[in-house]
Design a protein around this ligand. Sequence first.
Ligand SMILES: CC(C)(COP(=O)(O)OP(=O)(O)OC[C@H]1O[C@@H](n2cnc3c(N)ncnc32)[C@H](O)[C@@H]1OP(=O)(O)O)[C@@H](O)C(=O)NCCC(=O)NCCS
Length: 171
Amino acid sequence: MDFHIRPIREGDAEGINALRLMPGVFENILGIPSERIEFCQEYIDGLLRNDHQFVAVFDEAGEERIIGTAGVSIMRSPRLYHSANFGIMVHRDFQNSGVGTALMNTILDLADNWLMLVRLELDVFCDNERAVHLYEKMGFVIEGKKRMAAIKNGKYADEYIMARIRPGFEG
Ligand SMILES: CC(C)(COP(=O)(O)OP(=O)(O)OC[C@H]1O[C@@H](n2cnc3c(N)ncnc32)[C@H](O)[C@@H]1OP(=O)(O)O)[C@@H](O)C(=O)NCCC(=O)NCCS
């Protein structure tokens, strides 16, 4: 499949909003069906130097179509500067085709070799088996379970806390 990965930029709000609203995506990312493009625009406008966001772009007849995003945001407290939150989503029609793996490789290279972060962490719904599999493949481990952590389709659903320590790091 012909796609490439680049940093997020001005003008990406519409494509990202479409992903965030998409069944097959929004249920697992704390999206809500009423979310507006303005929310994504504010998010892009509000990104700081220590927020690192990439998009995966499908080249369609010379036009770019955003098919995934992934990013890390370094924690704000000075004593947590070695840690970052991780997030990812891939367009429903492009899932299970290696896009998530490619996005994660991009983020892990940045985190390990250019930011030299020690700890990446995330929350994931316990029933999101594909995401848990991908995270474990990339070196994340389950550290605990948050019970009734977030709303999912009319229920309070459990989430795992997962984290990855940079390979070879000696604390
Ligand atoms: C989770 C997500 C980011 C993964 O991206 P992706 O492009 O589909 O992932 P990839 O195709 O690179 O890899 C998927 C892996 O999961 C495996 N997989 C697929 N369905 C699975 C399932 N039901 N259970 C376990 N593993 C599964 C695939 O075999 C593949 O593993 P492999 O590389 O070892 O063969 C994507 O599916 C997505 O955006 N889902 C909706 C939003 C979401 O869940 N975001 C994460 C919130 S924490």
